[in-house]
Design a protein around this ligand. Sequence first.
Ligand SMILES: [Zn+2]
Length: 177
Amino acid sequence: MINIKSFIITSVLLFCFGTQAQIIDKKMSSGFRVAPARKIDVVIIHSVFNNSGGEFYDIDLIIKQFARYGVSSHYLIGRGGEIYRLVNEKNIAYHAGKSSLPDGRTAVNRCSIGIELVCSFTEPITEQQMESVVKLTKEIQARYKINYILRHSDIASGRKTDPWNFDWDSYLSKLKP
Ligand SMILES: [Zn+2]
């Protein structure tokens, strides 16, 4: 029997918030630290490709590359917009490296969620990736009080140039309600 009440509630929620981002778990066993009580108020956007031989955009090869470098991110967004979760948000992922926030904080990994977009130096990110990163960021904003949404290059200027070929203004404008 269909529960009319829950059907109506679900319909209203879907109407108000749209469908939730589909997350595919591909949990890493390294490159992060368990930190159940951490406070999250920052989102950092990166880009990455496999530069270790083989397919540029191969998700598993990119994850292996992270493992070799001892790094990770919470999310990795494939060329088709697929969102992979590599590390739980409550844990500290090693994605920012030596960096600092506009307010002077330097332990950026501790307070941030890292999102990596699969991309090369020359090809732009895809429309599906933009759609997914916007949806994911909005969901993160709904879960935490986010004070900063920044590019890796914003917090590690002179050292990092990512995200590459990413229309930052368009992304920020899409985050507006
Ligand atoms: Zn980066």
